[in-house]
Design a protein around this ligand. Structure first.
Ligand SMILES: *Cc1c(COP(=O)(O)O)cnc(C)c1O
Length: 421
């Protein structure tokens, strides 16, 4: 459920008509619903009720500070994957002891930033990285809390570009080597080993891969404890999928996911962390775009939008499906017709949907891409010197621009011309 519904024939974000935002900020733009963000966060928080836990929002999904602040005020921690994300979370008011640092290639500079500003834990992904964290912690005279990210070699049964838990993926250390790596970590004076981390992929639509992975984590916890390691925190990653089509997708619910965590790991008495990103932000955001032209081709009609692959890259990159709806609700019984829905960028890949049934649309009409809140704005670029599109946050009957559209001058003036030219 989300808060983007039709009222009297017009699409609303909570209590604000989409057309009113379009008139104020121009198209294309992203719009997020506060109520939906909070609802999704609470679903996870409630699903882990009864266990000591922290829901750390994976902010790479949608990292605007207004979104971070909304979630942090509700009690969320943050999962960051770069020094920039760490600083952005801090800027949004998230305390260091609620920030976990994930990512396969943390640089010395990034590690120093986090150790200086305070960190809940590093999720370590390799032995060389462990050595660097240890060295910097010793140099700064602090102890770095760490978990080791293990790769459980399970098939997440998701798109290949977002599967991370198979042995051929670059992430984590093979679970079979965990003993050696934990034994080594225990000898490093700048580190305190506090737990285990696992994250097997994104957009998982079944619980079975989680169950396999978490069962392995449970065994490993007991084995590592038997070796004398004080394993007291389990970071279980993110990855729970969302419905991208209203019609037929039914991924597991957070409450079912929570019950699985309880069943596989509850007996260990560990503090549980989860790192959901997509499920919190995905269906809390739309991308709204305008039809520039309707063009009749050979046997097909094209809807040419002012939004493009640089604004929302998921269809081009992951062959992802987004439901696309008319902002003016089609009259009941109106006959739909197939369109190829494309952006203006000079790439054939700049195609959002082929032969998609839509109500008849004309130049100037607004359309909304549903499920665009996660991995949307954050993956956008200025390809074709198209300005990054604005982000808007709705809260009840209020809305605010939370990132402005840059002017062409701002974009162009970012280049500097060397003296010899
Ligand atoms: C991307 C990522 C997440 C979030 O994944 P979602 O599918 O958006 O929930 C969580 N943890 C890590 C380590 C990640 O890389």
């Amino acid at each position: 459920m989300d808060h983007f519904l039709y009222r009297d024939g017009a699409l609303f974000a909570e209590d604000v008509p989409i057309s009113e935002i379009a008139a104020a900020v121009g198209t294309p733009f992203y719009v997020y619903s506060t109520a939906t963000l909070l609802r999704h966060f609470k679903l996870f928080d409630d699903a882990l009720d009864g266990m000591d836990h922290l829901v750390c929002y994976a902010m790479k999904a949608a990292s605007n500070q207004a979104i971070l602040k909304t979630l942090a005020q509700a009690g969320a921690g943050m999962d960051v994957v770069s020094g920039g994300e760490y600083l952005r979370a801090k800027a949004a008011g998230v305390p260091g002891d609620k920030i976990v640092f994930s990512g396969v290639g943390k640089t010395a500079d990034e590690i120093r930033i986090a150790l200086t500003g305070g960190i809940r834990q590093f999720n370590v992904e390799s032995e060389p990285e462990m050595e660097v964290i240890n060295a910097i912690a010793m140099e700064l005279g602090v102890i770095a809390p760490i978990t080791v990210r293990v790769n459980p070699d399970v098939d997440a049964k998701t798109h290949a570009k977002i599967a991370t838990g198979k042995s051929e993926n670059k992430f984590g250390i093979p679970i079979a080597r965990a003993f050696e790596v934990y034994a080594h970590a225990a000898t490093l004076p700048g580190l305190e080993v506090i737990g285990i981390d696992v994250h097997i992929g994104s957009q998982l639509t079944e619980l079975a891969p989680f169950e396999l992975a978490y069962t392995k984590v449970a065994e490993l916890t007991e084995q590592l404890r038997a070796e004398g390691h004080n394993i007291r925190r389990l970071d279980l990653g993110g990855g729970l999928g969302i419905p991208y089509t209203r019609a037929n997708d039914a991924p597991p619910l957070p409450v079912e996911y929570g019950a699985l965590i309880q069943k596989t790991l509850g007996h260990l008495g560990c503090e549980i962390e989860i790192e959901p990103g997509r499920l919190i932000a995905g269906n809390a955001g739309l991308m709204v775009s305008k039809v520039i032209y309707v063009k009749s081709g050979e046997g097909r009609d094209f809807l040419i939008l002012d939004g493009a692959m640089n604004d929302l890259i998921r269809p081009a990159m992951y062959e992802a499906h987004h439901d696309i709806v008319a902002v003016n609700e089609p009259a009941p019984g109106v006959e739909q017709q197939p369109y190829d829905i494309v952006g203006p960028v000079c790439e054939t890949g700049d195609t959002f949907a082929k032969q998609r049934n839509m109500p008849p649309l004309a130049a100037g009409d607004l359309v909304a891409f549903r499920s665009a809140g996660a991995y949307g704005a954050v993956m956008s670029s200025e390809y074709n010197t198209r300005p990054l599109i604005p982000e808007v946050l709705v809260h009840g009957d209020q809305f605010a621009v939370i990132r402005e559209r840059p002017s062409f001058d701002e974009i162009i003036n970012r280049d500097t011309i060397p003296e010899w030219l």
